[in-house]
Design a protein around this ligand. Structure first.
Ligand code: ATP
Length: 308
């Protein structure tokens, strides 16, 4: 997206957008703009309206938070604006800024990248949303929420993007890593061996990119509760006799279910067939996330487990 300036037109759109939020009783104003940094003027124009500022990268949002705005990084540089907008809304739900089902007035560049020229009033579907912290808290686990959230987001990215046009399936086993290592075997060489802890932390974007590359190889990633990858390309070696899953799921999913039953870990499995991500705890599917265009459609589960 081209750099934008805080022009008269920007100020006018802001005024109309804030007025529409009030009139339509919407929950927030979302501005998708790259390159503006007159945060105080934007805040003044928006008044007491909850205002989300979205952009493609973090630098473009520097100082927005301090001015009382809510920054959201989208990182979908080459995607069409409507896709970016959907993603920004979904991320806002994930960050608990707005609720699923909220109404949002969005200001963005629909036609001319260099200026705001479009206003939309969007009502979010009740089911549209990436994982919210609330969903994850349901897992009640000793793995910190931040670690889980990062791994699940990464899994969702892998399911959605694949690699070089090909679908990729993989598995992450998070927490209780010593026991998990004990119940798994190396499938070949371990590509992360020799790297220090920092170079293996999933909190680092470059590490996450590296993981996407390695995910094409056979086996699972073992991640400790602090988000450090302890091993890659591990084959889970646990009998799945104690778990019951729907028949359509193959060896990878059974292994994920079994290791989450045998240990206190959470297993996150990305299906190569369709990009669906399943989160297993204690042998059961606790969450299922379907790829839905670029955004995620969140579904209630249960019907994944046996007995259907
Ligand atoms: N015990 C295991 N531990 C780790 N990875 C496994 C294990 N079993 C299978 N896999 C991985 O899963 C891959 C796919 O196996 P399979 O097709 O049976 O699984 P699936 O559950 O149907 O998953 P997908 O939907 O991704 O195909 C295997 O090639 C292997 O890389």
């Amino acid at each position: 997206m081209k750099q934008q300036k805080f022009t008269k037109q920007f100020a006018e759109f802001l005024r109309i957008g804030a007025a529409l939020v009030k009139q339509a009783e919407a929950d927030a104003l979302l501005i998708f703009a790259e390159g503006v940094c007159e945060w105080d003027q934007i805040k003044a124009g928006a008044g007491d309206t909850k205002t989300i500022i979205a952009a493609d990268n973090e630098e473009a949002l520097e100082g927005a938070k301090e001015a009382g705005l809510m920054p959201i990084v989208v990182e979908l540089d080459e995607s069409p604006i409507l896709e970016k907008l959907t993603h920004a809304l979904v991320e806002s739900v994930a960050d608990d800024i707005i609720a699923t089902g909220a109404s949002v007035v969005a200001l963005y560049s629909g036609f001319d990248e260099s200026r705001l020229d479009t206003i939309s009033l969007v009502r979010l579907s009740e089911h549209l949303g990436r994982l919210t912290s609330r969903d994850l808290r349901r897992l009640e686990t000793s793995v910190p929420l931040e670690t889980l959230k990062h791994v699940i987001d990464l899994a969702v990215d892998i399911g959605r993007e694949g690699r070089e046009g090909k679908p990729v399936g993989t598995m992450f086993v998070v927490g209780d890593h010593r026991k998990v290592l004990h119940h798994s075997v190396a499938s070949g060489f371990d590509p992360i061996k020799g790297y220090n802890r920092k170079e293996r932390s999933i909190f680092d974007g470059r590490v996450r990119e590296g993981i996407k590359e390695i995910a094409q190889l056979d086996g699972a990633f073992i991640i400790n509760a602090d988000g450090v990858v302890e091993a890659a390309c591990r084959l889970v070696d646990v009998s799945s006799a104690s778990v019951t899953l729907s028949k359509g799921l193959g060896a990878r999913h059974w292994a994920g279910a079994a290791i989450s039953k045998k240990t206190k870990s959470i297993a996150i499995v990305v299906s190569e067939s369709n990009g669906t991500v399943r989160v297993f705890q204690n042998g059961e599917v606790m969450l299922r996330i379907e790829p839905f265009r670029r955004a995620m459609k969140w579904k209630d589960l249960d019907f994944d487990n046996a007995g259907e």
